[in-house]
Design a binder for this molecule. Sequence first.
Ligand code: DC
Length: 220
Amino acid sequence: MKKGYNVAIDGPAGAGKSTIAKRIAKEMNFIYVDTGAMYRAMALYLIRQGIAPEDTDRIAEVCSGADISIEYRDGEQVVLLSGENVNAFLRTEEVGNMASWSSAVPAVREKLVELQQRLAATADVVMDGRDIGTVVLPDADVKIYLTASSATRARRRYLELKEKGEEPDLQKIEQDIIDRDYRDMHREHSPLRQAEDAVLLDSSDMTIQEVVERIRELCR
Ligand code: DC
């Protein structure tokens, strides 16, 4: 069986991973796999089961019951929870907070890593997340660690919310980013870190197109 060409992009929240991965996938005709959306779908399942984010014992017990699968419709990744398209429910604070807790539970990771590895086995993919280069696809053809300063990431998020007509608090956003980074980098299982053979890209002073071109160069 032909192995797919695999591009792994890891990094903290707000570094621009999904925007960049989507663009690369489109230009190279690869499939974009958003692993964060899978952790969010698991989080939604746990919320619907009435489980509290801190209750990691219950999360470990219940997570095996989640029926999560991925489909592609018009080039967009659709996450299905028991067959229901849940994309529209994944981007809330509540789901993000639950995902930040539940993604630290080994049983949750095992289940989703297996699904991710199956997707990448035979298809050309650009996959983004926190542990793609280190755990999910250790043999990826190209590995990128994409980061940006917390101030830059906070500003980007602030402008995004402003555009939606909200009145965001820049300082609070930056503090949330710092807290979430800390949890992602210091959890016991598959913490966020740069793989030894990953190329470090700091997008603080780069445009999206500059980052995309640099990654495409690395793929060549
Ligand atoms: O990238 P995101 O914000 O959609 O990710 C949601 C949560 O899932 C976040 O807390 C980090 C976690 N995550 C992870 O642990 N491993 C991944 N490969 C992707 C996301």
